[in-house]
Design a protein around this ligand. Structure first.
Ligand code: PLP
Length: 396
């Protein structure tokens, strides 16, 4: 039977990583991968995480299953982080947390829940979006549709987005990125969030907010603006949160599926369904990552340490964004690439064309995906002058 199985091409990003490794150019730059990098190109373990792990090693007494919803202490820590410490939603007992294997796992749980409990409902994602959204939702059997997000001049196409959302059929699901939109870096303003909320309410849509980069844009609370607005003003919201980036625990697979419902009873009903989809997928989530997160968030000293480290990462990325635009000034290209300074998070739709991306790779050893999406954390004070000169050459 295996004779008939066709091989599919590997992930484009993995191909890029391989090509980068083989490149012998000493000045080569990797702007492709989707993880945070420090100025030396490393993705280190955060100090607060190391300290939490040291404590856990001493205090751990069992490795028994933690249950389909995961560790209660983790849910208790993540809900106020996402919804706010004084959230009226938490006060009203309208939100539940189900631990998941990363943000990806939360999205898959949400997808299975939607496919089972809201049969026939379509799902709408931004064009472009994180490519795995397509895979996850279609794998669950949900019909996928797109709404525009970026215009031909590489700007947020808010009018196009809104016009499309206004036409989404009643009851369908609309996926929104809470902050640090991947791949573009274009986020909604407070006013735009409110406008989208009004349409969501009017069209009776179910918002699914993907929150994979809390703390990477403008701050832990600032980045949660849209999430909290929706949770407080609407009866029903699904949120998928990830600790991969903000705790730097990518391989520990730590995320959370949050349901916000009209009241405690409906919240508990939905929560019971989440346990079923979790059980059908993997039974119980892994324990270690969630133990790290709750150890940190339930301890004032570790929490403060973690917040400082996260601020360092965020400030580094935002400074590099500004410095990138500054480095292009001598070439008269600062206005053309000003968007990079305005976008948020790790990723940037630079506006570089596929031809320019190819030339950057072939002539300068600068690697990024064909769409012109760059991982800003791959910039450094050392490589910015080289990057700026290379971009000037391919713009000539
Ligand atoms: N959602 C978006 C928009 C992402 O960019 C990512 C990761 O790149 C995820 C979800 C999933 O994150 P995790 O690594 O926690 O599964």
């Amino acid at each position: 039977m295996f004779e008939r199985i066709e091989r599919v091409p590997g992930d484009a990003i993995l191909g890029l990583i391989e090509a980068f490794k083989k490149d012998t150019n000493p000045q080569k730059v990797d702007l492709g991968v989707g993880v945070y990098r420090d100025d030396n190109g490393n993705t280190p373990v955060m100090r607060a995480v190391k300290e939490a792990e040291t404590r856990l090693l001493k205090s751990e007494t069992t490795k028994t299953y933690i249950g389909s919803h995961g560790a209660p202490a983790y849910g208790d820590a993540v809900l106020p982080l996402v919804l706010g410490a004084d959230s009226p939603v938490l006060e009203a007992d309208r939100a539940s947390a189900t631990q998941s294997p990363g943000g990806t796992g939360a999205l898959r749980l949400a997808a299975d829940f939607i496919a089972k409990q809201l049969p026939g409902k379509g799902i709408w994602v931004s064009d472009p979006t994180w490519p795995n959204h397509h895979g996850i939702f279609t794998a669950a059997g949900i019909e996928l549709h797109k709404y525009p997000y970026v215009d031909a001049d590489n700007r947020l196409d808010f009018d196009g987005m809104l016009a499309a959302i206004k036409k989404i059929p009643d009851g369908d699901v609309v996926v929104l990125h809470a902050c640090c939109h991947n791949p573009t870096g274009f986020d909604l303003s407070a006013e735009q969030w409110q406008t989208v909320l009004d349409v969501v309410r009017e069209r009776n849509l179910l918002p699914l907010i993907d929150f994979a980069y809390q703390g990477f844009g403008q701050g832990l609370d600032e980045d949660a603006y849209g999430v909290r607005l929706f949770a407080e003003q609407l009866d029903e919201v699904i949120i998928t949160s990830s600790c991969s980036k903000n705790f730097g625990i990518y391989c520990e697979r730590t995320g959370c599926l949050i349901a916000v419902a009209k009241d405690a009873e409906q919240k508990d009903n939905i929560r019971s369904q989440f346990a079923i989809v979790a059980r059908e997928n993997y039974s119980n989530p892994p324990a270690h990552g969630s133990a790290i997160v709750s150890e940190i968030l339930h301890d004032a000293e570790l929490s403060a340490m973690w917040r400082d480290e996260l601020t360092e990462m965020r400030d580094r990325v935002n400074t590099l964004r500004r410095d990138f635009v500054e480095a292009l000034k001598p070439y008269g290209l600062d206005k053309k690439y000003a968007c990079v300074g305005e976008q948020r998070g790790m990723f940037s739709y630079t506006g570089l064309t596929p031809d320019q991306v190819e030339r950057l790779r072939d002539e300068f050893g600068i690697y990024m995906v064909r769409s012109g999406r760059a991982n800003v954390a791959g910039f450094s004070q050392q490589n910015l002058p080289y990057l700026a000169r290379a971009i000037a050459v391919v713009n000539d």
